[in-house]
Design a protein around this ligand. Structure first.
Ligand SMILES: N[C@@H](CCOP(=O)(O)O)C(=O)O
Length: 494
C-alpha cells in the first residue's frame, strides 16, 4: 500500500515512510492511494475476536510492510490490561434499543486519543527501524486539551524520540492542563502558547515546513514528525474502533449482521469522524455520519452550505478539545470525495489566503449524501449532560454531550431512528466543574478535591490516572508567543 499527499500524487511513500514523516513536504496530508475493502466475511469473523485481534486485522490491510507478528505485539502492548481499565478496551454501552455509546476513554489519559496514541509510538519506532533512520525523531504536537496528554503518555521515555506539546494558554480545562504540566519522562516538553488552538496548530505546521529549522535540527541529529491526526498513524487505529463497535452490536444481538447504523461524532479537527467515514468506505454498513460541533460551528456550516469559512469569532467553550476553526482532516475527506489533488491544493491555498473556500454543488451533494452537521452552545451542552444523567443514569462529558445534542436534533429533524453509535470521547472527570454544574451543584470544591465531589455525587469512581495527579508537581511552566514557538523547539533539542 502506497501513500500520497492530498495535494500531490507524484511522490509516493510506503506506510513506514508516511508514518515517520507525519506530514507531506508540501503541507498536504499523507493518505493511502486507495482504501482497502473488508473481505466479504470479515465482519462475521471479527465479531468473535478480541479488540487487539480486530486491530491487527484492520491495520494489516493498510500496513503491508508490517508482519502480523509485529502488529500483534504492538496491539497487545498498546491495549493490554496495564493500559486500559477494561478488557473490552472500547466497550459499547446501550442507552436504549437504538442508542449506543462507544466509550473511548478507558485508556491511561481518559480520552479517545489513547486509542491511537498508545499504538502510534509502536508504529513510529518500528517505521524508523524499517527506514534505518539514525536521527532522533522530535514529535511536535498542537493540542486543545486531550491529544497533548495522550501523546506525552504514549511517547514518554520511548527510545529515539523526543516530544514537545504546545497548548493554548487559558484554552484547556484545569485538569487537562495539570495532566500535561506534571508529565513524567526524560524526553518530554510542554509549552503554552499565547493564542488559541488554531494558533498553536498553525505554528506547528509552520515549523514543519521551515527549511532552515529542518537543516539546523538535522545537524543536531533530529528530524520532526507529528502525533496529531495529520499523521496517518493516528487515523488508522481510530478506524478500528468503529469497525469494532459494529462487531460488538452484532455479537451482542443488538443488530443483525448487515443492518445499517448511524455514527455520531463530536469533532473539531475532523480526524475522529474521518475514521468513521473510512470504516464506512471499507464496507461497514454505516448510513449517516453525524458531525457534532460546539459554538465553533465551522463544520456544521460547511456541511450545510459547502462554504468553509474560518473568518468568525473563536469561542472558548466547555468542550475545549473541539475549540477549533481550522479542521485539518477535512482535507483528507475533500481528497476522498473529489479524487483530485490539484483541486484540494486550490482549496487549501484559498483557505490560507482568504480563510475560506467553497466546494462545487456536485462535491457538496456527495458530501451531504454521507454527512450531516449539527451544533450546540454551552447552555445546551450542560442541559444534555443533566438529561442523559437523569434519564439513563449515565454520566457523560461535555464533548459527548455535544454529540448527543446533535443526535437529538438529527432525529427530530429527520425521524430517522436507525440504531446510532455516539462516540464518547472523554471521561466526565476531566471536566468536573462543568459536569457538576450540569448536575445542579453550585458550591464547587477547590483543586483536585473536585474529583471526589463528582465521585460522591454520582457514585462513580475517580479514574485511577486522574486520582494519581494528586501530589504531582508541575514540571513545565514555559509560555511562548506564537511567533516564538521555534525557540521552545531549539531549546529542547540542544
Ligand atoms: N481535539 C484535539 C485537537 C487536536 O486534534 P488531533 O486529533 O489532530 O490531535 C486535542 O484534544 O488536542
Amino acid at each position: 500500500m502506497q501513500y500520497i499527499s492530498t495535494r500531490d500524487r507524484e511522490q509516493q511513500f510506503s506506510a513506514s515512510q508516511a508514518i515517520a514523516k507525519g506530514l507531506a513536504d508540501d503541507g498536504g496530508l499523507l493518505t493511502p492511494v486507495y482504501l482497502p475493502k473488508l473481505p466479504r466475511r470479515a465482519l462475521e469473523e471479527l465479531k468473535d475476536m478480541s479488540y487487539q485481534q480486530r486491530a491487527v486485522y484492520v491495520m494489516k490491510l493498510f500496513l503491508d510492510e508490517f508482519t502480523v507478528k509485529e502488529l500483534t505485539d504492538f496491539a497487545n502492548a498498546a491495549y493490554g490490561p496495564e493500559k486500559f481499565d477494561t478488557p473490552a478496551v472500547a466497550p459499547v454501552r446501550a442507552l436504549d434499543s437504538n442508542t449506543f455509546c462507544l466509550e473511548l476513554w478507558h485508556g491511561p489519559t481518559c480520552a479517545f486519543k489513547d486509542m491511537a496514541l498508545q499504538m502510534l509510538p509502536h508504529l513510529l519506532t518500528a517505521s524508523l527501524r524499517k527506514q534505518e533512520e539514525e536521527k532522533t525523531v522530535c514529535i511536535l504536537v498542537a493540542t486543545s486539551g486531550d491529544t497533548g496528554k495522550g501523546a506525552l503518555e504514549g511517547f514518554k521515555d520511548v527510545d529515539h524520540t523526543r516530544i514537545l506539546v504546545f497548548y493554548p494558554k487559558d484554552g484547556v480545562s484545569a485538569i487537562q492542563e495539570l495532566q500535561m504540566v506534571t508529565q513524567e519522562g526524560e524526553n518530554v516538553g510542554v509549552c503554552s502558547v499565547v493564542g488559541n488552538f488554531d494558533d498553536a496548530q498553525t505554528g506547528v505546521k509552520k515549523l514543519f515546513s521551515d527549511e532552515k529549522l529542518r537543516e539546523e535540527l538535522a545537524q543536531r541529529g533530529f528530524f520532526l514528525s507529528s502525533a496529531n491526526s495529520i499523521n496517518w498513524g493516528r487515523v488508522l487505529p481510530q478506524i478500528v474502533y468503529y469497525i469494532s463497535a459494529y462487531c460488538d452490536l452484532v455479537r451482542d444481538e443488538k443488530i443483525q449482521l448487515g443492518d445499517p447504523i448511524n455514527i455520531c461524532v463530536p469533532t473539531g479537527n475532523f480526524g475522529n469522524i474521518l475514521a468513521a467515514y473510512y470504516a464506512k468506505d471499507m464496507g461497514v454498513p454505516i448510513n449517516k455520519l453525524i458531525c457534532a460541533s460546539n459554538s465553533n460551528n465551522v463544520l456544521t456550516d460547511f456541511l450545510r452550505t459547502g462554504t468553509y469559512d474560518r473568518n468568525r469569532t473563536f469561542y472558548n467553550t466547555m468542550s475545549p478539545s473541539m475549540d477549533i476553526l481550522i479542521s485539518s482532516n477535512l482535507e483528507r475527506l475533500l481528497y476522498a470525495i473529489t479524487g483530485e489533488n490539484s483541486q484540494v491544493r486550490e482549496y487549501m491555498e484559498e483557505l490560507n489566503r482568504t480563510g475560506r473556500y467553497q466546494v462545487s454543488d456536485k462535491v457538496l451533494e456527495k458530501i451531504q449524501r454521507l454527512f450531516v452537521g449539527y451544533c450546540c452552545d454551552d447552555t445546551v451542552t450542560q442541559k444534555v449532560i443533566g438529561t442523559i444523567y437523569r434519564n439513563f443514569d449515565y454520566l457523560i462529558d461535555p464533548h459527548t454531550a455535544v454529540g448527543f445534542s446533535a443526535l437529538t436534533q438529527y432525529r427530530e429533524e429527520t425521524g430517522d431512528m436507525t440504531p446510532t453509535v455516539v462516540a464518547s470521547t472523554a471521561s466526565p472527570f476531566k471536566f468536573c466543574d462543568n459536569v457538576l454544574g450540569a448536575l445542579g451543584e453550585t458550591n464547587l470544591r477547590d483543586g483536585l478535591d473536585i474529583l471526589d465531589q463528582l465521585s460522591e455525587k454520582t457514585g462513580q469512581p475517580v479514574p485511577a490516572p486522574l486520582a494519581s495527579l494528586r501530589g504531582k508537581q508541575p514540571r513545565f511552566q514555559r509560555t511562548e508567543e506564537k511567533e516564538h514557538m521555534v525557540d521552545a523547539v531549539l531549546d529542547m533539542l540542544k
